[in-house]
Design a protein around this ligand. Structure first.
Ligand code: ADP
Ligand code: ZN
Length: 217
């Protein structure tokens, strides 16, 4: 089974790598951040509730995140494995996930810790720009679009996520240190953790992740 969690600070490249690997292995990429942003865009009750937490760089309540995951894991396409990106983010979430999976008669195969130094992730986050129309991710320095502010793929307008503003980035890093970082030891204790260097070139990190995922049956 490829029931994998990507753990690591914001800006480590969890989402970018997960999209590519999920496509390669034909398993869904499940990002609680993406699901929450969809809900906000669609103007649902859940979206309205989540919005202020997210824009300020804080976590949404654990119950909310777990509810999203519970529903998502019950969909048929999650039966052959998945990459969880951005969940769990706290120890209570990890405990609830363990419980949920055991109820479903399954368990995690691996937790991959994407490790990157703080100066690298701050540069990545502050330069990130996203296409309004197709969601493609650019970077003002590392991966600039041909025309500034315009998506190469579809011509859509690029925008900056509100939580990629400097103040919110600082808050997200603080929240990561306070609440998420403890999960590294938690999963190491359960012999599930594998560390990968995510501060290097994107293709190099991809190769290492691919190696780990292809080892899983
Ligand atoms: P990043 O990893 O770049 O910080 P995400 O897209 O994973 O961004 O998440 C964006 C925001 O969505 C988080 O800052 C948080 O507010 C909310 N969020 C996502 N996943 C969770 C979760 N598991 N628990 C609580 N909040 C979450
Ligand atoms: Zn686009």
């Amino acid at each position: 089974m490829k029931n994998v969690v990507f753990l690591g600070p914001p800006g480590a490249g969890k989402g970018t790598q997960a999209v590519d690997l999920a496509r390669k292995y034909g398993i869904p990429h499940i990002s609680t951040g993406d699901i929450l942003r969809e809900e906000i865009k669609a103007g649902t009750e859940l979206g309205k509730l989540a919005r202020n937490y997210i824009d300020d760089g804080n976590l949404v309540p654990d119950e909310l995140a777990v509810d999203i995951i519970r529903k998502r894991l019950q969909k048929e396409d999650a039966g052959n494995g998945y990459i969880l990106d951005g969940f769990p983010r706290t120890i209570p979430q990890a405990e609830m996930l363990e419980h949920l999976l055991s109820e479903m008669g399954t368990e995690l195969s691996r937790v991959i810790y994407l490790d990157a130094p703080e100066d690298v992730i701050i540069k990545r986050l502050s330069g990130r720009r996203i296409c309004h129309q197709c969601g493609k991710i650019f970077h003002t320095v590392n991966m600039p679009p041909l025309k500034p502010g315009i998506c190469d793929a579809c011509g859509g307008e690029l925008y900056q996520r509100p939580d990629d503003e400097p103040e919110a980035i600082r808050q997200r890093l603080q929240v990561y240190r306070d609440k998420t970082e403890d999960l590294i030891q938690w999963y190491a204790d359960r012999r599930l953790l594998e560390r990968v260097d995510a501060g290097i070139a994107r293709v190099e990190t991809y190769k290492k992740l691919e190696e780990i995922l292809s080892r899983l049956q």
